[in-house]
Design a protein around this ligand. Structure first.
Ligand SMILES: C[S@@+](CC[C@H](N)C(=O)[O-])C[C@H]1O[C@@H](n2cnc3c(N)ncnc32)[C@H](O)[C@@H]1O
Length: 385
C-alpha cells in the first residue's frame, strides 16, 4: 500500500500495541476472534487508536465526521433533541463524543432556542478524547460548563436524549464466513514471522446463533463473509433496563439487514482509515488507523425491541436533516461570504445521496414518547427494517 509513512514515534507506538496483541494471541492458544483484535486495536488502555493520542479527527487526522464539516449538522439535530427533551426530561447524554464539536454545536443552538438541557453528560471510552472534549467545550461554551459532566459508565437509570454519532460503527464486530462445510468465525493468528494473519475456527455460541439466523434470512451462499457486531446489539439492548423515558438518536452508516448482507457486500464492510486513505487491511499499523464496520440497523432495532424499547423512527441522514430544517438554518446565514459557501458545500455533502445523505441513517429508539418525531416526519423508512 502506498500510504504516508508514520513518524518513528508513531511506529514505535504501533509496535507496542502489536506486541500487546501478539501476547494475547499466544496466551489464547494462537487465535483470537477478530472482534477482540478490533477491541484491542481501538481501545487497549493507553495503546489503542482511540485510547491513545492519535490525532484521529479533522484534516490533520485520519477522517472527518459530520460535526467537523459544519455546525449546521448539530444545529439541525438540536431541533430533534429539543422535541425529545420536551417530551421526556431536559438531559442529554452523548456517547462517544469524539472531539466535543457536536456537544458545543448542540448546546449553542439549544441556548439560541431557549431550551438548554439542565445537564449535558458525556461518556467516552477514550481518556484522551475526554481531555480533548473538555478543551473544546471550555473554549466554545465556557458559560455552560456547569451543565457538563463526564461519566465513567452508562447511568443505571436515565430520562432524556441519548445521542451517538458514528458510535455503533466503532464497536468491535465479529467476522463470520458462511462456507459449504459450516459457519466459521474469522480471527487473527501469527505466522512464522510473528505477523498477523487471518485464521478461522468453527463458530460457536452467540456468534453461531446470530450467523445461522442471518444466513437463513438472507439466503447467504457459501463463501459469503461479513460482520456481526454483538457489542453494538448488546449496547442497544442495555438501554432496555436503563431508559425510563426518552430516546436514543443514533446516526451512522449502514443498512437494513437485507441490504447489509447483500451479494454486493459478499466480503463485508470492514474499512480502515489512515490519514484520509480508506483501505481494507486491519493489520496495517495497529493503533494508528481507525477500524470500522457498517451497522446492521435491523439487528440494532431487534436488540432494542427485545429489551422492551420501541422504534420511533428510521430514515436517511439526508431526509432527517431536511426534516429538521437544515436548509432554513443555511438560509439564515449571510449569503455574501466565504463562510456561506463553505457551509453550503458541507450541507451538500451531508445531504446528497451519493455523499453522506443516503449511506448514513438516523434511528430513534425509545420509551414513553407518544408524539411523532419531527426528524422522521417525511420519508420514514421504518418498514424496511
Ligand atoms: C468514530 S468516533 C465518533 C466521534 C464523534 N461522535 C464524531 O462524530 O466525531 C467513535 C467514538 O465513540 C467512542 N466509543 C466507542 N465505543 C464506545 C462505548 N461503548 N462507549 C462510549 N464511547 C465509545 C470512541 O472512543 C470515539 O470517541
Amino acid at each position: 500500500m502506498n500510504l504516508p509513512l508514520p513518524s518513528p514515534d508513531a511506529q514505535a507506538h504501533s509496535q507496542r500495541l502489536l506486541e500487546c496483541i501478539r501476547r494475547e494471541i499466544v496466551a489464547h492458544g494462537g487465535w483470537i476472534p477478530f472482534a477482540r483484535y478490533m477491541e484491542l486495536a481501538l481501545y487497549a488502555p493507553g495503546l489503542g487508536y482511540y485510547t491513545a493520542g492519535a490525532r484521529k479527527f479533522g484534516a490533520a487526522g485520519d477522517f472527518i465526521t459530520a460535526p467537523g464539516m459544519s455546525a449546521l449538522f448539530g444545529q439541525a439535530l438540536a431541533r430533534q433533541v429539543a422535541q425529545v427533551m420536551a417530551a421526556s426530561a431536559p438531559v442529554i447524554l452523548e456517547v462517544g463524543a469524539g472531539s466535543g464539536r457536536l456537544a458545543a454545536d448542540l448546546l449553542l443552538e439549544l441556548e439560541r432556542r431557549a431550551c438548554l438541557p439542565e445537564q449535558y453528560l458525556i461518556l467516552d471510552l477514550s481518556a484522551d478524547l475526554r481531555q480533548r472534549q473538555q478543551q473544546t467545550l471550555a473554549a466554545e461554551v465556557p458559560h455552560l460548563l456547569p451543565r457538563l459532566r463526564w461519566l465513567d459508565a452508562l447511568p443505571e437509570s436515565f430520562a432524556g436524549v441519548v445521542v451517538g454519532n458514528e458510535l455503533l460503527d466503532a464497536m468491535p464486530a465479529e467476522i463470520v464466513a458462511w462456507r459449504e462445510n459450516g459457519i466459521f468465525e474469522r480471527g487473527v493468528e501469527l505466522d512464522a514471522a510473528g505477523s498477523f494473519v487471518w485464521g478461522e475456527r468453527p463458530a460457536t455460541g452467540a456468534v453461531l446463533a446470530a450467523a445461522q439466523q442471518i444466513g437463513e434470512q438472507c439466503q447467504l451462499p457459501p463463501g459469503f463473509e461479513s460482520e456481526i457486531s454483538l457489542a453494538a446489539r448488546a449496547w442497544a439492548a442495555e438501554w432496555g433496563g436503563r431508559l425510563s423515558a426518552g430516546a436514543l438518536l443514533l446516526i451512522d452508516y449502514g443498512f437494513p439487514r437485507r441490504e447489509f448482507y447483500h451479494q454486493q457486500r459478499a466480503r463485508g464492510t470492514l474499512m480502515c482509515h489512515y490519514r484520509h486513505h480508506a483501505h481494507p487491511d486491519p493489520f496495517y499499523l495497529p493503533g494508528l488507523q481507525d477500524l470500522t464496520v457498517h451497522v446492521d440497523f435491523t439487528a440494532i432495532i431487534a436488540a432494542a425491541h427485545g429489551a422492551g424499547l420501541e422504534l420511533l423512527g428510521y430514515t436517511s441522514q439526508g431526509q432527517f436533516l431536511l426534516n429538521c430544517g437544515i436548509l432554513d438554518l443555511l438560509g439564515e446565514l449571510p449569503n455574501d461570504s466565504v463562510d456561506y459557501i463553505r457551509a453550503a458545500g458541507a450541507v451538500n455533502k451531508l445531504l446528497m445521496p451519493h455523499e453522506m445523505g443516503e449511506l448514513f441513517k438516523v434511528i430513534a429508539i425509545g420509551r414513553g414518547i407518544d408524539e411523532a418525531l419531527c426528524g422522521f416526519a417525511s420519508g420514514d423508512q421504518s418498514r424496511r427494517l
